[in-house]
Design a protein around this ligand. Structure first.
Ligand SMILES: Nc1nc2c(ncn2[C@@H]2O[C@H](COP(=O)(O)OP(=O)(O)OP(=O)(O)O)[C@@H](O)[C@H]2O)c(=O)[nH]1
Length: 377
């Protein structure tokens, strides 16, 4: 994920290239440079520098009657800039054909620059990005209003998946900008700047997992539960499907802690969490740690009978738990109290009201003796 600073840096890069090439076009006495441009070799001599496609060899005069000398200088400058910038950069024409690519860019596509030059860049995109960019280029080529289409075309970092030359996939972000001031005949060029997102993605997924997981039990945490409840609530209302909630509270857990210590109390909570994870009826259902020794189970598209069946299953399995494996006496037993509430036809106006109803049912289960299941009426 990129910060605003990174975004600004990318935009700066694009605008620097554009300004540089624009300013060069103001010099009428530009030195004539051979049209066939071979790239400068980079400091890393093992990397093949970019080359222009033969289509740039055209020597036709432009509309003002000047030879394409300035264009050539611009291209050479652009080539140098691209090779000097430590970003993965490629340049394509309006047919989507790669005209230049620097070594970092070639590395992301997984092929040498020589092999990539002249190829259609969308061939290296995974669906649906391939189709999206192909349509975008079709749009560009069919649109008539130059200034309008430039604004429509340019975009900042967007995630894409590159289907690399060796068929491996690589997640990257791509900024695409049109450089209309660089004209070869009437053809605009497009500059793409990419970043490899593989390590960012891995880090992001790791952090996301940590942010949504309860460290002790491995179940979803309260934050993840709140999000999931809202999502399931919306689905339930939008699709007129029932949604049930079970709140589970360990009975006399303070006594367990006092008797066996908090470390064993933690292990007990882990065993309970495992039971909850095991009884979930589908991948859509979720078990979460609500807080302390309280847990919650979300049962999307489930009716009260199913919820009660699952609660009974939880009760039975928790009652059967043993603790000899953690060195506690064989007779050590625990129980939980459970409150169930189900949204069926609009009786609860908000997800919070559903939680409150399940909580009230739990309170009744506690007050009527514990190790019980109470259904909200
Ligand atoms: N070991 C351990 N104990 C916890 C954790 N979170 C909460 N507890 C304990 O859970 C206990 C909850 O006590 P109470 O709220 O009095 O409830 P209870 O003893 O289970 O009694 P009832 O709920 O009325 O049946 C407290 O002793 C907390 O310290 C935890 O992460 N680990």
């Amino acid at each position: 994920m990129f910060t605003n600073d990174k975004l600004t840096e990318l935009n700066d890069t694009i605008s620097r290239v554009t300004k540089l090439t624009d300013s060069l076009s103001k010099y009428p006495n530009a030195v004539k440079i051979p049209l066939r441009v071979e790239a400068e070799t980079l400091a890393d001599s093992s990397s093949t520098a970019v080359m222009f496609d033969a289509t740039f060899d055209a020597t036709s005069a432009n509309q003002n009657g000047k030879m394409a000398v300035v264009d050539n200088l611009q291209i050479r400058t652009l080539l140098n800039v691209i090779n000097a910038i430590s970003e993965a950069i490629f340049v394509i024409n309006s047919a989507g054909v790669i005209e230049m690519i620097n070594p970092l860019g070639a590395k992301l596509f997984g092929a040498p620059a020589e092999m990539l030059i002249g190829q259609t860049w969308t061939d290296y995109l995974q669906s649906p990005f391939k189709d999206e960019y192909q349509s975008l280029f079709d749009l560009w080529n069919n649109a008539s209003d130059q200034s309008n289409k430039v604004t429509q075309f340019n975009h900042g970092p967007k995630e894409i998946i590159i289907n690399r030359a060796d068929s491996t996939l690589l997640e990257a972000d791509l900024s695409l900008s049109c450089l209309p001031s660089i004209q070869i005949g009437s053809e605009p060029l497009f500059i793409g700047i990419m970043h490899n997102l593989t390590s960012h993605k891995a880090e992001y997924n790791k952090l996301r997992h940590l942010a949504h997981t309860d460290k002790l039990t491995g179940l979803a945490n309260r934050h993840a539960f709140d999000d999931a409840l809202q999502t399931n609530w919306n689905d339930s209302i939008n699709h007129d499907q029932p949604l049930c909630l079970i709140i589970i509270d360990v009975d006399y857990f303070k006594i367990f802690n006092d008797q066996f210590g908090h470390v064993n109390g933690d292990k007990c909570l882990q065993k309970i969490a495992q039971v909850l994870a095991d009884v979930l009826p589908s991948n859509n259902a979720m078990a979460a740690r609500y807080g302390g020794e309280e847990f919650v189970v979300i049962l999307p598209n489930s009716n009260p009978l199913t919820a009660e069946y699952i609660a009974k299953n939880i009760q039975r399995r928790i009652n059967q738990l043993t603790f000899t494996d953690i060195g506690l006496p064989a007779q050590t037993k625990i129980s939980v109290s459970q409150g169930i509430a189900c949204e069926r036809s609009g009786q609860y106006r908000t997800p919070t009201a559903l939680v409150c109803a399940a909580d009230t049912a739990l309170y009744r289960a506690k007050s009527t003796g514990r190790n019980r299941i109470n259904m909200s009426s």
